[in-house]
Design a protein around this ligand. Structure first.
Ligand code: XIL
Length: 372
C-alpha cells in the first residue's frame, strides 16, 4: 500500500465514527420523558393547518400529546345556539392522529371564552336554570360526542374556584348552583364513556384552593361521577408558586385517588403588574417599557434563573412521576406564546422550552438527563 492510499484509508477510518455520531439524532423529550408521562404542547390553528410548518415539525419531534390552545373553547366551537364551527377542532384532532399524538380536549365548561349567547335569552335576559342545564347538556353532548373515541380526556370544568377556595361566581354557578359540577361530569361521561374526565385550574398550590379541589374530587366520586385527574395549570413565575406548596398539592391530589396533570406549563420571565396573581385571563395592564426589559434577549443571569427554575419543576415531576399522567407546555415556541400579550400586551417573553427560531432550548438537554 503506498503512502497516499494508506493515508486515505486512515482518514476514512477516522471519519466513519465521526460521521456516525453526527448522524445519530439526540433523544427528544418524548423519547425519554415519554416513558414516564405524556409530554405535550398546546397548539394553535396555524400549527395544525401547517401554516406554521416549523411549529408543526417541532411538535412532532419533541412531543407525544397536544391540546388545542383555543379552538375547542365554547366561543369558538359553538358561536351560536345550534351552530357549531368544527373546522379547526376537526383539524386539531386529525393532526394529532396523523402524527401519533395523544389529543386532549380543552375545555367544556368555563366562564371565560364562553359562548356569549349561552347565558341569555333573545331579549338579553338571564336564562332560567332549566334552560342553562339544557344548553350545557347539548354543548357537552355534541362536542364530546363528535370526537368520541378520539380524544383521551376532557377538561370538563375549568377555573371554577376562587383562590380562597370559595366557589367562583360564574354564570354556571349563579344560574344552576353547585350542582352544575356533577351535571357537567355526568353529561361528558354519557357522551363518551371511555374518555377520561378532568378538573383544571390555576394557582393550584394555594392551600385553600387545593382543599376545595380535593373536596370537589370527593364529592364527585361520592355522587358516582367519573373523574380521572386534576390539572394544575402551572402558569409559573420565577418566584411563584412556592415549590413546597406545589408538591403538597401533588401529594394531596394523589391521595384523593386521581392522577395529576400539569396542563399549561410556562414560566413568565417578565415583571408582573401590581396585584397580579394566578392566570386570570381578564387581568390586563397597559404597556410600559420598563415592564418589557428583555426585548433583545434574556440577560445571562435571567437565562440562568430560567434554567434553574425549569429544572426544579421537572425534578418534581420526576419525583412524583407515578402520580403524574401528563405535562403539557402552554404553547409551542416563545414567538407565539400567550405570555407575550398577557397580562401586558406587546412584550417579549421567554416562557417556553422552544425559542423564537424553533430551536429547543439548552435546558431541555438537562431536563432529558434527569429522566435518562
Ligand atoms: C389562553 C390562550 O393561550 C390565549 O391565546 C387566549 O387569548 C386566552 O386563553 N387558562 C386556560 C387557557 O385554561 O385556556 C388560557 O389560554 C390561559 C389560562
Amino acid at each position: 500500500m503506498n503512502k497516499r492510499i494508506l493515508s486515505i484509508a486512515l482518514a476514512s477510518l477516522m471519519l466513519v465514527p465521526v460521521a456516525g455520531v453526527a448522524q445519530k439524532s439526540q433523544p427528544t423529550m418524548k423519547d425519554v420523558l415519554g416513558k414516564y408521562f405524556l409530554i405535550g404542547a398546546a397548539v394553535n390553528v396555524n400549527t395544525v393547518w401547517n401554516r406554521d410548518a416549523k411549529a408543526a415539525e417541532v411538535v412532532k419531534k419533541n412531543f407525544n400529546s397536544i391540546v388545542a390552545e383555543n379552538c375547542m373553547k365554547g366561543e369558538e366551537i359553538h358561536p351560536e345556539e345550534n351552530v357549531y364551527d368544527w373546522k379547526d377542532a376537526d383539524q386539531t384532532v386529525k393532526f394529532g392522529e396523523e402524527n401519533g399524538l395523544t389529543v386532549i380536549g380543552h375545555c367544556l365548561v368555563w366562564h371565560s371564552q364562553a359562548p356569549k349567547w349561552m347565558f341569555v335569552d333573545k331579549e338579553g335576559k338571564t336564562v332560567s336554570r332549566e334552560v342553562l342545564i339544557d344548553r350545557m347538556y347539548h354543548h357537552i353532548t355534541e362536542v364530546v360526542g363528535r370526537y368520541k373515541g378520539r380524544i383521551k380526556g376532557w377538561d370538563v370544568i375549568n377555573e371554577a374556584f376562587n383562590d380562597d377556595g370559595t366557589y367562583r361566581e360564574t354564570p354556571y354557578y349563579k344560574i344552576i348552583g353547585p350542582e352544575y359540577f356533577e351535571l357537567a361530569f355526568k353529561f361528558a361521561h354519557a357522551a363518551d364513556p371511555d374518555a377520561e374526565l378532568y378538573y383544571n385550574d390555576y394557582s393550584m398550590s394555594k392551600p385553600e384552593k387545593r382543599e376545595a379541589v380535593c373536596r370537589l374530587v370527593r364529592n364527585l366520586k361520592a355522587k358516582g361521577c367519573r373523574i380521572d385527574a386534576v390539572g394544575m395549570q402551572s402558569h409559573n413565575g420565577l418566584d411563584y408558586p412556592d415549590l413546597t406548596d406545589y408538591e403538597n398539592s401533588i401529594k394531596a391530589l394523589a391521595k384523593e385517588g386521581v392522577k395529576v396533570q400539569f396542563t399549561e406549563l410556562d414560566l413568565n420571565m417578565l415583571p408582573n403588574p401590581q396585584n397580579f396573581g394566578g392566570a386570570e385571563i381578564s387581568q390586563h395592564a397597559n404597556y410600559m417599557k420598563k415592564m418589557d426589559p428583555y426585548k433583545k434577549g434574556l440577560t445571562k443571569n435571567a437565562q440562568k434563573q430560567f434554567n434553574e427554575r425549569y429544572l426544579a419543576f421537572f425534578k418534581i415531576y420526576k419525583k412524583y412521576a407515578k402520580d403524574i399522567e401528563r405535562v403539557t407546555i402552554w404553547g409551542v415556541d416563545d414567538g407565539t406564546s400567550w405570555l407575550n400579550d398577557w397580562p401586558i400586551p406587546g412584550r417579549t417573553n421567554y416562557g417556553l422550552l422552544i425559542d423564537r427560531n424553533y430551536q429547543v432550548k439548552p435546558v431541555v438537554k438537562d431536563i432529558i438527563k434527569l429522566f435518562e
